[in-house]
Write a protein that binds this ligand. Sequence first.
Ligand code: ATP
Ligand SMILES: Nc1ccn([C@@H]2O[C@H](COP(=O)(O)O)[C@@H](O)[C@H]2O)c(=O)n1
Length: 220
Amino acid sequence: MKKISIAIDGPAAAGKSTIAKMVAHNLGYTYIDTGAMYRCVAYYALRHNVNFHDEEAVNALLKDIKIGMLPGGRVTLNDEDVTSSIRANEVSMGASIVSSYAKVRSFLVSQQRELAKGGGVILDGRDIGTVVLPHAELKIYQVASIECRALRRHKENLERGIPSDLEEIKKEIADRDHADMTREVSPLKKADDAIELDTSDMTLDEVVAHVMDLVSARVA
Ligand SMILES: Nc1ncnc2c1ncn2[C@@H]1O[C@H](COP(=O)(O)OP(=O)(O)OP(=O)(O)O)[C@@H](O)[C@H]1O
Ligand SMILES: Nc1ccn([C@@H]2O[C@H](COP(=O)(O)O)[C@@H](O)[C@H]2O)c(=O)n1
């Protein structure tokens, strides 16, 4: 069967990575979490006491950063497994800041294109359909209401035993969305040819089934 490239973009906590992983598993495709790559840059800056807001200093770190996207979703930074550490809240906010720097973006976008070459891939992020893979055969812009996204993340935190405050989560998500949508370089927006999918009232299985139908229509 023909192997296509799938781009999933959308705001924070819209369910992009959960759906991308499930669909990739069903199809036997490679899943690439591009947000994890921006998180790696932020995490490296944090570890080296570099202020996220100091663009020159963050850019200067890039030559020392080697990111590994391993099968199964594990992420390495200079050969150290950072899969869990990059999920910390301060890293999320840092990623949102360093992702506005043009040099950081071009450093990561070229790696993402390299990983995606050959097809049979699903990438999720903020600029996949608009910048990274403008010729992807299927583009999805996945959204859900802010209340729904905050509640899902809150539930996820509680299930993982992470202290969680619903109002704080809502604010963090809204702040990140605002920064991602208003930055000058590659802002988050729906690609003209993307299909918007509002998952507010859909279960995970319903979303996966819908995306699988969209894939089937393209590989037939
Ligand atoms: N349709 C859905 N129904 C119920 N829960 C969902 C649905 N979609 C996603 N979730 C849950 O919402 C939470 C956030 O999803 P996920 O981490 O995949 O979002 P994301 O868009 O990748 O977030 P981010 O951009 O912040 O990394 C997860 O706990 C996931 O299981
Ligand atoms: N293609 C992308 C992916 C992510 N970002 C930025 O990274 C932050 C963290 O991403 P998550 O998907 O892991 O939440 C996100 O808030 C964006 O600022 C990006 O710019 N482009």
